[in-house]
Design a protein. Structure first.
Length: 457
């Protein structure tokens, strides 16, 4: 946590440094700017996914190797972005390259099962304590299928989600994802707000929103809709607004309350799965949900997702009560990469390596924060982590709204301008890989230290 003698930082100084660093950023990336202008002619906002349209301009990446990536202007970065948490194996890992190359030479797609599907499913069962699995191609598909399964199993329609959690871009859960303050309703009973236009009001009405880390609010929601709720879906560690840890006993409380009311608990482990522990949050916090949704890190860099659960719950697929299908589910290339990732790369030594890197980051950043008396604190969880630009712990979305996001933006600029690529946006955090070194993470600490000194100068 931050030093008890933390002092405020001059807003004027932050604005001054942002202006300086934005100029430096743009000057070093003219080719990215040219490519973006060309892309705007054929793509809305000039990017394939809206979150990539980030200030001060978009960065077009050319290649990656190990812990590094290079943009089209030749700038080299230690990659702390890692594809929004996908590349825990690092870039072009030799084992992934070999496995995918061997597989593609034998054919890249059949829409038929291959040997690896059962091998990967068995490993997921071992890690996450669920006997039955199906594959998808993204986190969105995984949470979408989890919702279908829960509704099919319970015969109910209503969902309960946490305010500001992002669970992918499907209608049922594009609700109250960082809602605007003037529409979000009271803290003890948040409003259900569509994330964007295009979401039917009838679908939004079936999603009830409660604050994270508030079991009393969950109880009230169940009381308000008796015998209507199919499932509670939650990121066990919220990672859409930095990193928000669950209170002691909170996850077990969610499960117990849901079960008492005849509902299921869904863990969205798209971000935590295989990153904060071998078995994700399920392992780290010792709570097993009824259904778990996975993606990102389990695929070794290829589009991959999975949904698993209790045998009786997943029985709705076995009995053909719920249809779970997809042309690319269990694609041979994806399964080859996933098998190597889970069985050969992300082994116990990998998680020991993540913990060692996290210790370097935690200690180094804590030291800088204390020395400069900054109102910030650091959270590290295996391969994931981040700086929260607030002295006090964040427990929910309303706490997050108190953060001055200009600090996160300034930090992003400092890191990128000094050779560390971070995910864009104040709400994101870093992801490390098995190919990162102590020197790599020390660069992040050194860059942060430079920013801290400049803030106080």
């Amino acid at each position: 946590m931050s030093t008890p003698t933390a002092r405020q930082v001059s807003t004027a100084r932050v604005k001054e440094l942002i202006a300086r660093e934005e100029g430096r950023f743009r000057q070093a990336r003219p080719r990215s700017h040219e490519l973006w202008n060309e892309a705007r002619e054929v793509m809305p906002r000039g990017v394939p996914s809206s979150f990539q349209d980030a200030a001060p301009q978009r960065v077009f990446v050319e290649r990656g190797k190990g812990s590094r990536v290079w943009d089209v202007d030749g700038n080299e970065y230690v990659d702390f972005h890692n594809g929004f948490g996908v590349m825990v194996v690092g870039h072009a890992h030799p084992k992934i390259v070999e496995a995918v190359s061997r597989r593609i030479a034998q054919g890249s797609h059949f829409a038929q099962p291959v040997v690896e599907v059962a091998q990967v499913a068995r490993e997921l069962s071992r890690r996450f304590h669920h006997p039955k699995w199906r594959f998808t191609n993204s986190g969105t598909e995984s949470t979408l299928d989890a919702v279908h399964i829960a509704r099919g199993f319970t015969g109910r329609q209503r969902l309960i989600k946490m305010e500001s959690s992002y669970h992918g871009h499907h209608d049922a859960l594009m609700v109250s994802v960082e809602p605007p303050p003037d529409r979000m309703g009271p803290p003890d009973a948040p409003a259900a707000v569509p994330q964007s236009e295009g979401i039917p009001a009838a679908i939004v009405e079936l999603t009830t929103v409660v604050p994270f880390n508030d079991l009393q609010a969950l109880e009230r929601a169940f009381a308000r809709y008796p015998d209507e709720v199919a499932a509670v879906i939650v990121e066990p560690v919220m990672m859409n607004i930095g990193i928000v840890l669950p209170d002691q006993g909170y996850l077990a409380g969610l499960r117990d309350i849901a079960h008492r009311h005849g509902a299921l608990l869904i863990f969205d482990e798209v971000k935590t799965g295989a990153t904060i522990a071998a078995g994700g949050a399920t392992e780290r916090f010792g709570v097993t949900a009824d259904i778990v949704a996975l993606a990102k890190a389990i695929g070794g860099g290829l589009p991959c997702g999975a949904v698993g659960g209790r045998a009786d719950v997943m029985g709705v697929i076995e009995e053909n009560r719920v249809v779970q299908s997809g042309t690319f589910n269990g694609n041979p290339l994806t399964m080859a990469a996933s098998k190597v990732t889970l069985l050969e790369i992300l082994d116990p030594s990998a998680y020991a390596h993540f913990d060692a890197l996290a210790e370097t980051l935690q200690g180094g950043l804590d030291g800088v924060i204390a020395d400069q008396e900054l109102p910030f604190h650091v959270i590290t969880l295996g391969a994931r982590g981040g700086i929260t630009y607030r002295a006090q712990r964040v427990r929910n979305y309303r706490d997050y709204l108190e953060i001055d996001k200009s600090f996160a933006y300034l930090s992003w600029l400092y890191q990128c301008n000094r050779g560390v690529l971070m995910a864009p946006g104040a709400e994101e955090n870093w992801t490390l890989s098995v190919q990162h070194s102590v020197d790599d993470v020390q660069r992040y600490v050194d860059n942060f230290a430079e920013m801290a000194r400049d803030l106080r100068s």
